[in-house]
Every structure is written in structure tokens, then in C-alpha cells.
Design a protein. Sequence first.
Length: 302
Amino acid sequence: MVEGNGCVNDFSRTLAAVVWESKIPNDAVTIFSGGTEGVLCPHVTFIVRSHEATGLSATVGHTKALAPDQVGTVEHAGEVSQTVTSLVKELGVSQEQVQLVLIKCPLLTSEKLETIRGQGKHPITTDTYESMAKSRYASAVGIAAALDEIAEAQVEEALRTEHPWSAKASCSSGAELDDCHIFVLASDIKSAAQGQLGAISKPMKDAIDASVIIELLEQIKKEGGQVVQVFAKAEADPRGQIRGWRHTMNTDSDLHSTRHARAAVGGLIAGLVGDTQVYVSGGAEGQGPSGGGSLCIVYRVP
């Protein structure tokens, strides 16, 4: 998590990529998400290969570079679906064992919009900020198709209606890349054995869904585990209400709603976990139910 604003002009993501990508293997992926509002702490989470069994399986991959006019489209979702399907097969795990698919996807910049116009083509949107949401949703739909949460034949309709969602998707977008960086995390076993790592997931139904966080923490506690990291998505409910009560996040002219959502959900999770170094990414289009967000907790049994 980097401390920029999480918007199109968040150069903290690009700077972080420049610093870290020269220090890691070429086959690794970097997924930097901007915005550490409220109590969230800027931090880096390293996920590295072990020579011994850990209780977790993970792998990384890239889609091909997307042409600017493909961002947020059926082609975008298809590339993600194909790559995620291949990665899950490579891991040798079932779809049910997959707990998290984390993606960093591209967005449209002014330069890319000019390129599209120069080619006589049409972008998914001419609003660079809206392109972040379109890209995230196309990535989430691709994940849903790969994990059989929706059928491949439903992808085009999903992108049109923007209703289907994935319980395991966590997607963020940035100007620092043209392809999608993909990380897949799966649990080898239902419960972590002593000295092992485990991961469990369940989507939050809304931004104040403490019950599902507590449920997962109780399950970890029963196994004698300790939380290692939390990965969550957050968004301001587009309906303008949370459990029937009005919120003003979508109409604030000073701060974008994604910044409100990260602060609210980040505070909730940090308070329950007792750690401010948690990954909370704004913009949860298709990543958990509308107004909520996907949630995955990685833990260790000492």
C-alpha cells in the first residue's frame, strides 16, 4: 500500500514500481495500490516461494499487453479469464481452494485516449477516472468466469449490466502498466496445521460488515492461529445508503468516494485485527456484492 491518493494521477504507485521492480526477479509481479487514508499504514507485503510445504499454494502471471481500446472490454475480461484459468491449473488446486485472485490492471490516460482516437476507434469511456472502474470490473468478471462463478457466455452481458461479481477478486488499476499482473492464492488444506499458513475468505456484504470479519477471526482463533495479513476491497455503496441509512460519500466534491471507503473499511478491519498494516483497496466493482467487498485473511498457526 502506497500513500498517494489512489487516483489516476497517483504517482506513488509508479515510484514504488520503479524502486521495487529492479530488486525482484523478472518473473515476479508487483501490485501497488494507492491510498492509505485514516489509520492505514503504508507498507509492503512480500509473498515469497518456500522450499517446504507451507499450507498455501500461490503463483503469478501476466496477461498480454492490452491495447488502449481493449481496457475494460470483453477482450480484457477474456485475457484475464484465460490467464487465471491457466494459473489455477498450474497450481493443481480446485477452484474452491482458491481464496484470492489479486490483479493490478491498466487504466486509460489522456495519451492513451489520444492514441485510440488517432486509430479511429472508440474507448470504453473518455473519463480517465471512470476507466479505473471499468478496468477493475472487467478484471473481476474475468476472474468470475475463470472460477466458474459465472459462465463464459455471460461475460458480455455482465459487462453491460455490471451486476455479477466474484467473491475472490481483488482488482486495482494504475497508469504504470499496460498488462494485468495477476496473483493467485489457494489453501492446500481446510485448516492450517501447526507451523503452517492458511487462508480463508468470505465477502463483506457492506462497508460496516464487522460480523464477517469477526466470523473469520473466530475461525482462526479456534485453530490457534495468528493473522499475518488481510486483503480487502472497499467501496461506497452506489445506492447512497448503508442498511437503509444515507451516506454522503458519493456526493463529496472534495474527496472521492474511494478515499472515504478505504478509510472507513480500513478503520473497521484495523480495529478488529489490531494492526494498521492491512491491505484495503478502494473501488470494489464486481469484487464482492455491491457496496461491500471481497475479504481474505492469511494466518499462521505457530
